[in-house]
Each structure stands twice: as structure tokens, then as C-alpha cells.
Ligand binder design. Structure first.
Ligand SMILES: O=C(O)[C@H](O)COP(=O)(O)O
Length: 224
């Protein structure tokens, strides 16, 4: 049996302000730091051989806290844009309740949870925050549906996470709400329609036990 654990970062400053975030690089709040420590507590005794995270500090710092609390700082960590949150386009930085008032509940639900809905796009990529200044601007999204984000997230999982699992090595992914929803969809074979009912809470470890063919033996995921 091998384990995959996925953790959404602790509460970020944008989460606390109820703002769309996406590729914006915002820090954890104090509450978010505490949630990362809580996640580590729940994972006490868990050993993993590789950590995978995004290039966004809210996920990286959550991963570091978990590694440190579990005394696993020596475990290699990969930071990749492929595990970034879904790009929220021109919605990033806006308050979610304000957009509900302006565009209606249904539209906001579609932007946030449907598989194919694309948020309003930026007119051009926005490389103003740290992680993107060395990026090829041609690959920077201006907005992503979950479907589009899935196309960059799942190849990373298939190429860099699944081989470790198939080798019997536990893996930890510390990422974002939509990143983890895409991974849950792939791993559990959830339909395009049903994925809109899947939520991922900050700092709550999702644990999958797989057999040697990566069939799920057990998981602790709650749908709500
Ligand atoms: O990018 C964001 O705003 C959040 O991390 C996830 O937001 P959501 O719950 O609206 O998908």
C-alpha cells in the first residue's frame, strides 16, 4: 500500500478578505499558519519521500511548516507552476460577494465551480508578482477554466507523482483548491458535472491509500 496526501494551503490574506486569488502571490494569515501546523498534527507519523507544491508562497510556506513539524526537512520538494491555483483572470483581487451582487449568484457559482466556465480574462498576462518574472510570457494564462487548468495539472501528476507512488514511495502534494479538485477528479474519475459539488478546505489533509496499481483502497475525503 502507498499513500498520497494532498493538502490545500492554510488561509491566505486573500481568503480572509474573501477575494479571488488565482495566480496572485499572497501570504498566509496567522490563522493560515496555525492551520498548516494543525495539518501536520493530523499527519503525525506519516512519512513521505517527495513534496510537490506550486510556485505560490501560500502553498510553499504550508509545505515547509508540515515538513518542519514532521521533522522531514530533508525530503526533496519540487515547486512547479503546473500546481498553481487556477488562474482567475480579471476576477483576481475582487471581493467574491461584490461579484455576486454585480453578476448574480448563478454566474459566480459557474465561475467558481463549473468545469468549463472561464472567468473574464485579463487583457494581457500580469507578471508583476515575483514568481513570474522569469516565465516565458507566452505561456502565462490570462484566465483558466478548471478544464484548462486540468490540462496542465494532470500531466504533472502523471509524470512526477504517479511514478513515485508506483515505486511504493508516499507523496505529499501541497497546493490549492482548484488544483486539488482537478486531481480529485482525475484520481476518483468524477464526471465533469459532479466535480462542481467537490469542495476542498484549507489545511485539511486528504489521504488516499492505493494498491500497487494505484487503485484506491481507502480515502478520507468528505464531499459537502
Ligand atoms: O483562488 C482563489 O480565490 C481561492 O484560492 C479559491 O477560490 P474559489 O473557492 O473561488 O475557487
Amino acid at each position: 500500500m502507498v499513500k498520497l496526501v494532498m493538502v490545500r494551503h492554510g488561509e491566505s490574506i486573500a481568503n480572509a478578505l474573501n477575494q479571488y486569488t488565482g495566480w496572485n502571490d499572497v501570504d498566509l494569515t496567522h490563522e493560515g499558519v496555525m492551520q498548516a501546523h494543525e495539518a501536520a498534527k493530523k499527519l503525525k507519523g506519516f512519512y513521505f519521500e517527495h513534496v510537490h507544491t506550486s510556485v505560490l508562497q501560500r502553498a510553499i510556506k504550508t509545505a515547509y511548516i508540515i515538513q518542519d513539524d514532521l521533522d522531514l526537512n530533508y525530503v526533496p520538494i519540487t515547486k512547479t507552476w503546473r500546481l498553481n491555483e487556477r488562474h482567475y483572470g480579471a476576477l483576481r483581487g475582487l471581493n467574491k460577494d461584490d461579484t455576486r451582487k454585480e453578476y448574480g449568484l448563478e454566474q459566480v457559482h459557474l465561475w467558481r465551480r463549473s468545469f468549463y466556465s472561464v472567468p473574464p480574462a485579463l487583457s494581457k498576462p500580469d507578471p508583476t508578482t515575483g514568481p513570474y518574472k522569469y516565465f516565458d510570457q507566452n505561456m502565462m494564462p490570462v484566465a483558466e477554466s478548471l478544464y484548462e487548468a486540468y490540462q496542465r495539472i494532470i500531466p504533472y501528476y502523471v509524470d512526477h507523482v504517479a511514478p513515485g507512488l508506483l515505486d511504493g514511495k508516499n507523496q505529499l502534494i501541497v497546493a490549492h483548491g482548484s488544483t486539488i479538485r482537478a486531481l480529485i477528479k482525475y484520481i476518483e474519475g468524477i464526471s465533469d458535472k459532479d466535480i462542481d459539488g467537490v469542495e476542498v478546505a484549507n489545511g485539511t489533509p486528504l489521504v488516499y491509500d492505493f494498491d500497487d496499481k494505484l487503485n484506491i483502497i481507502n480515502d478520507n475525503r468528505q464531499r459537502y
